[in-house]
Design a protein around this ligand. Structure first.
Ligand code: UDP
Length: 254
């Protein structure tokens, strides 16, 4: 049966789902960086990210974070609830890196004495500019209540994930999440959407500070999937030790 594509982004495709109100989220192998200046395909990236994101969303259910994820369907696809995406990239930072260091001259790796939540307006043509709550409310991208809910959920997700990664000797430096509006029984709920994977997080080895995320691709400092495989391995999602470009990793069944 030909699937009905409703959206194609840089790393994912959304298809109509089997039931009204559901979608299929398909993870591609494509990687882009620097606003599409760089584009490459890493065979198997979609499979790893599908699995990592499934695992993290499932864990977040245990602390009652509402989200769009329903179940993984196959190696590359998951069934999700259809939501209206709130056009904000919500970035949570624990350690200075990336645009924060460039914008404010803060040294990379400096531990922040409190967690920072930032909002970027999702607009490729404008290159996702950093915006304040005032902009968001004024231009109607989200209401004050929604923003309060988003901030509170983002901080809870951060607390949980930072602890989870710390236990597997990974520092959660920063990450980007997105939220959507779920319409159900005449009510509207703000829920976590999109994905959480090494494409959207900065993950450093706690001891060596080695990067295990998309920065490896942005900076051309190694083979991207070595780090992704290592994250999956520490999360207990890979059976094989030392998965690399040449040795195809095997995903644990489940
Ligand atoms: N991020 C993302 N998508 C984006 C921009 C950022 O997933 O379009 C993630 C990025 O991987 C990092 C965090 O958000 O974990 C903070 O990114 P930053 O603002 O430092 O921007 P960058 O240095 O990636 O341009």
């Amino acid at each position: 049966m030909k699937k009905n594509k409703i959206y194609e982004g840089k790393a994912k495709i959304l298809y109509k789902g089997p039931e009204p109100g559901t979608l299929i989220q398909h993870f591609k192998d494509d990687a882009t960086a620097n606003n599409n200046e760089k584009m490459d395909v890493f065979e198997g990236k979609g499979v790893i990210n599908n699995r990592i994101s499934e695992h993290l969303f499932t864990l977040l259910s245990s602390i009652d974070i509402p989200h769009h994820f329903i179940k993984r369907l196959n190696m590359r696809e998951q069934l999700i609830n259809e939501v209206e995406i709130i056009p904000l990239e919500v970035v949570i930072r624990n350690i200075a890196a990336g645009s924060l260091t460039k914008r404010l001259g803060i040294p990379t790796g400096e531990k922040l004495n409190r967690t920072i939540v930032e909002f970027y307006y999702k607009d490729d043509a404008l290159q996702d500019p950093l915006v304040s709550e005032e902009h968001i409310i004024t231009f109607g991208w989200a209401s004050q209540n929604e923003l309060d809910e988003i901030t509170s959920l983002a901080l809870r997700v951060n607390d949980f994930l930072a602890g989870y990664f710390s236990a597997i000797k990974i520092q959660l430096v920063d990450f980007k999440i997105e939220f959507g509006r779920l319409y159900k029984n005449d009510e509207v709920y703000v829920v976590l959407a999109d994905e959480i994977s090494p494409d959207s997080c900065r993950l450093w080895d706690s001891q060596t500070k080695q990067k295990m995320d998309k920065d490896v691709y942005r900076e051309n400092s190694g083979y991207l999937l070595d780090g992704y495989n290592e994250v999956a391995k520490r999360m207990g999602l890979l059976t094989q030790n030392g998965a690399s470009k040449n040795k195809k990793p095997t995903l644990v069944k489940g």
